[in-house]
Design a binder for this molecule. Structure first.
Ligand code: C2E
Ligand code: MG
Ligand code: MG
Ligand code: MG
Length: 283
């Protein structure tokens, strides 16, 4: 049918738009059902000490075990979940799951850390600090073992408000990491205004490290900035030994990437940790 959109413009039936809208409605109901039936899993990627190549912590990364499409990564559903208002709930579930799991790993790995990503809507929720506090209390995870990750662009939407929220989270004793650090370089002048502890050097800068020397690389510059602001750097997306060696040369203490280990289910990470305790290399 041709339809008057109220502005006097008559729009004809468009089969492509119709198909897209139908697909979107299917995706929406799929996602709502997934949440109701908890088809989600948390996978964990080791964060290693670059010198000993020991896993000192993990980043929790959400996955959707889709009944038809198989295992889906956040790129396939986070944006829609955020749009539908489902992220605060899903994010809180990931946080609870990851903290409870970290407590178990800490039994054999004292001080083991867990990093959890926050979404934009979680960050702007007035309940966030109370919720994080409740998860810490319920699971018994020491607050300084939890690192909450947020991206620079999220933090910069409203700097004053971000500083207030992060300050409130920090009263719990948790640590804050800026994710994908360096991709929003406009923030550099504001870095001192945010109570941040860790910066995760974006994988694009690590990927660019292919030279025989680390000097003059963007990664080196980003590491220098981290040092200036007294922030602990973690390099993301380390895929080979060349990058690992260059980062070591730049005194970057910690790193994460396929070179060491891919994100994996909790049970597999438990296996990795016990091999590590037995003195074996994790890769
Ligand atoms: P991120 O926080 O920057 O997480 C790192 C991403 O890099 C992960 O992708 C990880 O699998 C991937 N990665 C790790 N090592 C390598 C490597 O050596 N090379 C390359 N090319 N990639 C590597 P993933 O799991 O697909 O997650 C993508 C993004 O989704 C995350 O980026 C994060 O922003 C978001 N995300 C994941 N889990 C959650 C969550 O529970 N809540 C929220 N709000 N966001 C999440
Ligand atoms: Mg992250
Ligand atoms: Mg990142
Ligand atoms: Mg990212």
């Amino acid at each position: 049918h041709a339809k008057d959109d109220g502005k006097g413009v008559v729009r004809r039936f468009d089969p492509v738009r119709f198909a897209e809208a139908a697909q979107r409605r299917r995706d929406e109901s799929d996602l709502r059902r997934a949440l109701a039936e908890m088809q989600f899993e948390v996978h964990y990627q080791p964060i290693v000490d670059l010198n000993g190549e020991l896993a000192v912590g993990v980043e929790a990364l959400v996955r959707w075990r889709h009944p038809v499409r198989g295992l889906l990564g956040p790129g396939d559903f986070i944006e829609l979940a955020e749009t539908l208002g489902l992220m605060p709930g899903l994010g809180l579930w990931v946080l609870r799951e990851a903290c409870a799991q970290a407590v178990v790993w800490q039994q054999d790995n004292p001080g083991f850390k867990v990093n959890v990503n926050l979404s934009a809507t979680q960050l702007s929720s007035p309940e966030l600090t109370d919720e994080v506090g409740a998860v810490l209390a319920d699971t018994g995870l020491p607050p300084n073992s939890l690192v909450l990750e947020l991206t620079e662009s999220m933090a910069l939407t409203d700097l004053t408000e971000s500083a207030r929220v992060l300050g409130s989270l920090k009263t719990l004793g948790v640590r804050i990491a800026l994710d994908d650090f360096g991709t929003g370089f406009s923030s550099l002048s504001h870095l001192g205004a945010l109570p941040v502890d860790v910066v995760k050097i974006d994988k694009s800068f690590v990927a660019a490290m292919r030279e025989t020397t680390a000097n003059g690389s963007v990664a080196e510059a980003v590491l220098q900035i981290a040092r200036t602001f007294n922030l602990a750097p973690v390099a993301e997306g380390v895929e080979d030994e060349v990058q690992a060696a260059l980062l070591r040369e730049l005194a970057c203490a910690e790193a994460q990437g396929y070179h060491f280990a891919r994100p994996m289910p909790a049970a597999e990470l438990t296996g990795l940790l016990s091999r590590q305790s037995a003195g074996l290399q994790i890769r």
